[in-house]
Design a protein around this ligand. Structure first.
Ligand code: PMP
Ligand code: GLN
Length: 380
């Protein structure tokens, strides 16, 4: 075979897969990749079974089951007081990952620039590069706030899109209304698009409120907002998410989605359409995850590690500065191999692999798992 010319020569297996595999091979407690180790609600599983047994087993419509799109629109109306049109503005996708990818493929052209705030979730940059476009990294401040001066300095006539993520993986920051208003001003002034990744919309703590890009009407007209049922209903393996965008943008996203996956798992969509109607199925998520965050933090405070503030998501950043000079990659590997706790180093979230001596701990775990990890960490 002639030699393969890679389209992504600089990329390897993701840090999430690598750390999960290392955790498995070392029999370590896995607080690395972001997934819960507790079960999906039996009621939701029963609904999926019911829909399968009832024969909902063939292709769903390309854009998603209308019943699910309607349930999403009424949920958004209920919690945000925003009207979204289920027929023309929502696309059900294979997780938020597909929504992000299809959006970038549909909207970003060769040579366009896309602004990415770093540290950034891993799927944005490769999707940009595969379009022959240019990712423009803009660092968050040392406290992980958006640096609007840096954004203004980095924008150019070629800028097509800004990607934001709130609540933010890996830093746990939540954008408030004032920040979203500043983003709106920036997006409108520069006539660019906003891709707002809001997969952790329900995981916000300490009285912080999630503020969606959908809530500002002028911004919404320039935005694609993506969500994930995997995060909301502890079912990351089901890979069902969605995008919301104005009709003209949705039409373009669906042209890509049609040829990327065509349509998404029918019985799961049908079950979610029913399950989503009851707000009791998601309104207790902040208190559930806040307890888990506190439970892990109690152990960390007695250890050589320093937990950083976490306003949202199910990730906590932890500093080991002052304890060790190891790079974050070495530290994550050492902790997994020698102390049986796997975490995620933060440098892979920066194109320049900036090492801030920080590790990300996922606390979407049973109390037993968190206690076992906490005890191991306290012995170091
Ligand atoms: N965006 C962020 C910030 C994420 O953390 C994740 C996954 N954990 C995704 C997107 C992808 O979501 P999904 O699993 O629904 O594809
Ligand atoms: N989003 C998850 C995380 O941040 C991982 C998803 C994946 O492995 N692609 O850990």
């Amino acid at each position: 075979m002639s030699s393969i010319k890679s389209k992504l020569p600089a990329f390897q297996e993701s840090i999430f897969s690598r750390m999960s595999a290392l955790a498995k091979s070392c029999d370590a407690i896995n607080l690395s990749q972001g997934f819960p180790d507790f079960e999906v609600s039996p009621a939701l599983i029963a609904l999926v079974n019911e829909r399968m047994l009832a024969g909902d087993n063939q292709y769903a419509p390309m854009a998603g089951l209308l019943s699910l799109r309607e349930a999403i629109a009424s949920k958004i109306q209920r919690i945000m007081d925003v009207s979204v049109l289920p027929e023309t503005e929502i696309t059900i996708t294979c997780g938020a990952t597909e929504a992000i990818y299809a959006t970038i493929v549909a909207m970003v052209h060769t040579g366009d620039e896309v602004m990415v705030l770093e540290p950034a979730y891993d799927s944005y940059v490769p999707a940009i590069l595969l379009q022959g476009a240019v990712p423009v990294p803009v660092s968050l401040t040392d406290d992980f706030e958006i640096d609007f001066d840096a954004l203004k300095a980095a924008v150019s006539p070629k800028t097509k899109m800004l990607i934001v993520n709130t609540p933010h993986n890996p830093t746990g920051k939540v954008l408030d209304k004032a920040s979203m208003l500043a983003i709106e001003e920036f997006v409108l002034q520069n006539k660019i698009l906003l891709l707002s990744d809001e997969v952790y919309e329900h995981l916000v703590f300490d009285g912080h409120q999630h503020f969606s890009a959908l809530e500002l009407e002028a911004l919404r007209q320039q935005s694609i907002v993506v969500f994930s049922f995997g995060k909301t209903f502890h079912a990351t393996g089901w890979k069902v998410g969605y995008s919301i965008a104005p009709e003209a943008i949705t039409r373009e996203i669906q042209k890509v989605h049609q040829y990327l996956t065509f349509s998404i798992n029918t019985p799961v969509q049908a079950a979610l359409a029913v399950y989503l109607k009851d707000e009791n199925n998601y309104k207790n998520l902040p208190s559930l995850f806040e307890q888990k965050r506190e439970f892990l933090a109690q152990y960390l405070e007695k250890s050589v590690f320093t937990p950083l503030p976490c306003e949202g998501t199910y990730f906590m950043l932890v500093s080991y500065d002052g304890f060790s000079d190891k790079s974050d990659m070495e530290m994550a590997e050492w902790l997994t191999r020698h102390h049986g706790v796997a975490t995620v180093p933060i440098s892979p979230f920066y194109q320049g692999k900036k090492d801030r001596k920080l590790l990300r701990f996922c606390f979407a775990k049973n109390q037993k798992t968190l206690a076992a990890a906490g005890e191991r960490l306290c012995k170091i």
